[in-house]
Design a binder for this molecule. Structure first.
Ligand code: C5J
Length: 223
């Protein structure tokens, strides 16, 4: 397989499609729709809805190119045995993890709020990882899966930029993966946090990884 190249920041990013995967982080109803976990924390969820078209475009380009796609969902077991008190009893939200809201129990596996939004639903064959933490490597089979598939390069999209996306990207960076974040396919509830996270990733010669636009990523794939 020949090496492809993306016009990325802070500099050119090279990768091979057969050693790459796209990880779409937590594009689930609990963060994006009204009545879910994100809104219970006082956030304006409409901010995250803006990236649905670009994430869709990215997923569809990767599908066309035959590149592995992984979706993650932040959620907990119904008995909350994998949700530490330190996570559940945090602040004073309208509803806490495990409480019942309009989309079922917040961030509880099997409830409607945990489902990935229909516009970005996984198709058969795409891996879905349920994760109890912010990072997708913690208490999941992600690392073993990537090793089995001989993946070396990870592309990232999803929400929120500075929480689950950044945490997962840092976990991946420490494990030796080449990481690239699709800048316009990620979003935060806070403008400044998104920009600062992108700056932190790219700084010091890509200390956490690279970033690029969806158009530039797809241009490299010729899709
Ligand atoms: C948060 C996430 N923000 N998916 N989760 O709690 O970023």
């Amino acid at each position: 397989m020949n090496e492809l190249m993306i016009q990325a920041r802070p500099h050119i990013f090279n990768f091979q499609t057969d050693a790459s995967a796209l990880i779409v982080i937590d594009m689930q109803r609990d963060f994006i729709d009204s009545g879910g976990f994100g809104e219970s924390l006082g956030n304006d969820v409409s901010r995250l809805q803006k990236i649905i078209p670009t994430v869709k475009q990215l997923i569809s380009g990767f599908r066309d190119a035959g590149i592995t796609i992984i979706h993650t969902r932040e959620c907990h077991l119904p008995d909350l045995s994998d949700c530490p008190d330190a996570k559940r009893y945090r602040g004073s939200p309208g509803l806490r993890i495990g409480d019942s809201g309009p989309m079922g129990r917040l961030l509880v596996k099997g409830e409607p709020g945990v489902e990935i939004i229909p516009a970005l639903a996984p198709i058969p064959g795409e891996k879905v990882i349920d994760k109890p933490g912010k990072g997708a490597f913690y208490q999941t089979d992600l690392e073993g899966f990537l090793q089995d598939q001989h993946i070396e390069t990870l592309f990232f999209a999803g929400v929120t930029t500075e929480v689950c996306v950044q945490t997962t990207m840092r976990e991946a960076n420490d494990r030796g993966y080449f990481c690239l974040l699709a800048r316009d396919a990620t979003e935060s509830y806070f403008d400044a946090f998104k920009q600062t996270t992108i700056d932190m990733i790219e700084a010091q010669g890509a200390i956490v990884g690279w970033t690029a636009t969806v158009d530039d990523i797809l241009a490299s794939l010729h899709v």
